[in-house]
Design a protein around this ligand. Structure first.
Ligand SMILES: NC(=O)c1ccc[n+]([C@@H]2O[C@H](COP(=O)([O-])OP(=O)(O)OC[C@H]3O[C@@H](n4cnc5c(N)ncnc54)[C@H](O)[C@@H]3O)[C@@H](O)[C@H]2O)c1
Length: 258
């Protein structure tokens, strides 16, 4: 097993890519804390049950990643429960799409609100930063650790996603800077940029649009969550020991030629 005796936190671990990552890390021997928002605790509990019935060990911890006090409390709970922290998969993320500016037929101007901007930047970018800050403390003491953050192929620019694209592009800059700052503590920091993936986040896209979007992807399909989780696993395992500050696009070639 590749993660024997390791302890991991996966944010947003109740659903989609996070859930697939929890199951994969646990199968490789890690004890995993699923950090998700309060309203997802029932789902998180089901993932804990799945891990346990496969012989693994997991707990669910309620935390809003955009809230410093909750993130710090979550990290303390995990270290108290499992005695250490080796891995952070910062996966929690949201979208709140709207065009930056748009005139309707009635002449009214509809545009992305400050609330939509702040919510997405708050969860995706600040939330990731807060989790990295909190997780870095035990990792620095141990002089070892692995962080795998989550950008998106949406950084290439996506209509209506100014907030999302900005937050995910920010993750790449954050990754590179944290990799520099944490290297002396033997903590590797990398990120992945998933392409369109079959999760609840994309479940509302109508089938005809999925078909149209798939046509534009060189591999001609959306990813399965497990295909994204495989790359998180690589980045938190010892196999990536000499990789830091990088962003791996896991997008079926979706950003090629753009
Ligand atoms: N699905 C895609 O096509 C796709 C593409 C590129 C990037 N991503 C990124 O992958 C990550 C996972 O997305 P997914 O598709 O699995 O989505 P998902 O909606 O299935 O899962 C996201 C999880 O994050 C949790 N979450 C949301 N806000 C949170 C908060 N404030 N604190 C803690 N947890 C929170 C949700 O409750 C949910 O369990 C996100 O960062 C997303 O931006 C997804």
């Amino acid at each position: 097993m590749r993660l024997e005796n390791k302890v991991a936190i996966v944010t947003g671990g109740a659903s989609g890519i996070g859930r697939a990552t929890v199951l994969k890390l646990a199968r490789e021997g890690a004890r995993v804390a699923i950090a998700d928002i309060e309203s997802q605790m029932e789902l998180a509990g089901k993932v804990v049950d799945e891990v346990k019935s496969a012989g693994g060990n997991a707990i669910a911890v309620a935390a809003n990643v955009a809230n410093r006090a909750q993130v710090e409390a979550m990290t303390e709970t995990v270290v108290k429960q499992f005695g250490r922290l080796d891995i952070l998969v910062a996966n929690a993320g949201i979208t709140k799409d709207a065009f930056t500016i748009r005139k309707t037929k009635e002449g009214e101007i509809k545009k992305m609100s400050d609330e939509q901007w702040d919510a997405v930047l708050g969860v995706n970018l600040k939330g990731t930063w807060l989790c990295c800050q909190a997780a870095a403390l035990p990792m620095m003491e141990q002089k070892s650790g692995k962080m795998s953050l989550t950008a998106s192929f949406g950084i290439r620019g996506n209509m209506g996603q100014a907030n999302y694209a900005a937050s995910k592009a920010g993750i790449i800059g954050l990754t590179r800077t944290l990799a520099l700052e944490f290297a002396r503590f033997n903590v590797n920091v990398n990120c992945i940029a998933p392409g369109a993936t079959k999760t609840p986040m994309t479940a509302t896209i109508p089938a005809d649009l999925v078909a149209k979007l798939s046509e534009k992807i060189p591999l001609k399909r959306f990813a399965e969550p497990e295909e994204i989780a495989n790359v998180h696993l690589f980045l938190v395992s010892n196999e990536s020991s000499y990789v830091t500050g990088q962003c791996i696009f896991v997008d079926g070639g979706g950003t090629l030629g753009v």
